[in-house]
Design a protein around this ligand. Structure first.
Ligand SMILES: *Cc1c(COP(=O)(O)O)cnc(C)c1O
Length: 404
């Protein structure tokens, strides 16, 4: 058997379909975010990163990096075991307390990543709650889809952000079956936000528990960075809130929060929690410092909002089409996979601007886009440089402009 030939066959199919992924090799530079070095063909050049999920630049914040240095010096590098066997460090316990406080819940549980938290929690709920049905928004993240699939529970998909469709689907189910309504707050590709109150009304009417992924909202929305549920005063109505420490908090890891019984249940039955080494204590310490800072400080959130508004204004002035949405995500619509990749390549090589093209299958065909995430650290010059570059590339590629 020539196994490499079998692998290559799949890879060439991917290349032929235009879906082969090429990673830009970056070297992040602490202290000058969003600037980074780009390594390519044996050389390096300076680039401005325009598509980072380190939304607030907390990955380089001195409060965060100092907490990590201090914890490494105090505890060493790794956690030393799974949570059950010698791996539960004091820093994990402190971080879990910080997270349950952030979301106004009784308890919290840490995971290796946000992906694992969704996969393990939905997998456990769906498999352990007898006769359970999981009702999943049609645009839910891959980690939720995989967790639901893994649980082997019955799954119903409701139309994206459509509480009426959810209501119809829930109405067909017997009142005595356990039901989990799974959805996100901010959806990462379109930047749209769930009609959370209406979804909660419907779920409560049918006695369903709610599972909310706030990965693209924690740190960014709400007076203490608790997410969209905090901003809208709805945290106490959501059964389980899931988040990441790797995006706006700038570090690494995932978590869930909820009632003491719910968290103890997941802690006790989730294989993806139990049988893996705990996060390094320094990672937990850095994440906790980041959360504590963003509970108190709105400076980063305010600057980010004004940069998002400025970028949108500059794009509008040039007639460059971008999806209107109420979030911090600015999707510039190219609507052509080849041109989308080409614009991204030229921005990188000729303008020192790094934005990854987003093509099918991440988004539907015909909606190919460049997804910009302005941070508090992008300067007005960065924004002007970007929009000037986009303006000339828009003409070069003969792309349609919107009328103001
Ligand atoms: C990124 C992402 C996750 C996974 O979080 P990680 O900490 O990066 O593993 C989960 N849900 C959504 C919606 C995401 O975009």
């Amino acid at each position: 058997m020539d196994y490499d030939a079998l692998f290559e066959k799949h890879l060439s199919a991917l290349r032929d379909a235009g879906n082969y992924r090429v990673f830009a090799e970056l070297e992040r530079c602490s202290g000058v975010f969003p600037q980074a070095k780009w390594h390519h063909d044996g050389a390096t050049s300076d680039v401005t990163v325009w598509c980072s999920n380190d939304y607030l630049g907390m990955g380089q914040h001195p409060i965060v990096t100092q907490a990590m240095h201090e914890a490494i010096d105090r505890c060493g590098a790794g956690a030393g075991g799974t949570r059950n066997i010698s791996g539960t460090n004091h820093d994990h316990v402190l971080l879990e307390a910080e997270l349950s406080d952030l979301h106004g819940k009784e308890a919290a549980l840490l995971f290796t990543s946000g992906y694992v938290s969704n996969w393990a929690s939905l997998g456990t709920l769906g498999s352990k709650l007898e006769n359970c049905v999981i009702l999943s928004d049609s645009l839910n993240h891959a980690s939720m889809i995989e967790g639901i699939r893994h649980s082997r529970a019955e799954k119903m998909i409701w139309r994206h952000n459509d509480p009426e469709d959810l209501d119809r689907k829930l109405s067909t189910l017997s009142p005595d079956r356990p039901k989990v309504v799974a959805f996100e707050s901010v959806y990462s590709m379109d930047g749209d936000i769930a009609p959370m109150e209406e979804i909660l009304d419907v779920a409560e009417k049918h006695g369903a528990m709610t599972y909310l992924d706030e990965v693209h909202a924690v740190g960014l929305y709400g007076p203490r960075g608790g997410g969209i549920a905090e901003e809208r005063g709805l945290m106490d109505r959501v059964t389980l809130i899931e988040g990441t420490l790797g995006k706006a908090f700038g570090v690494h890891g995932g978590y869930i929060t909820g009632s003491a019984a719910l968290i103890d249940f997941i802690r006790s039955f989730a294989s993806g929690f139990i049988f893996t080494t705990a996060l390094p204590p320094a990672v937990a310490a850095g994440a906790r410092a980041s959360i504590r800072h963003l509970k108190e400080s709105s400076v980063e959130r305010d600057l980010q909002k004004s940069n998002v508004a400025l970028l949108r204004k500059r794009l509008d002035a040039l007639g460059i089409p971008h999806l209107p949405n109420p979030s911090h995500i600015v999707p510039v619509m190219v609507k052509d996979p080849v041109k989308c990749k080409m614009i991204s390549d030229i921005l990188l090589s000729d303008y020192g601007i790094y934005v990854q093209p987003i093509n099918y299958p991440t988004v539907p065909q015909g909606t190919e886009r460049l997804r910009f995430t302005p941070s508090p650290m992008h300067t007005t010059e960065d924004i002007d440089h970007l929009t000037r570059a986009l303006g000339s590339l828009w003409s070069q590629c003969a792309l349609a402009r919107s009328v103001a």
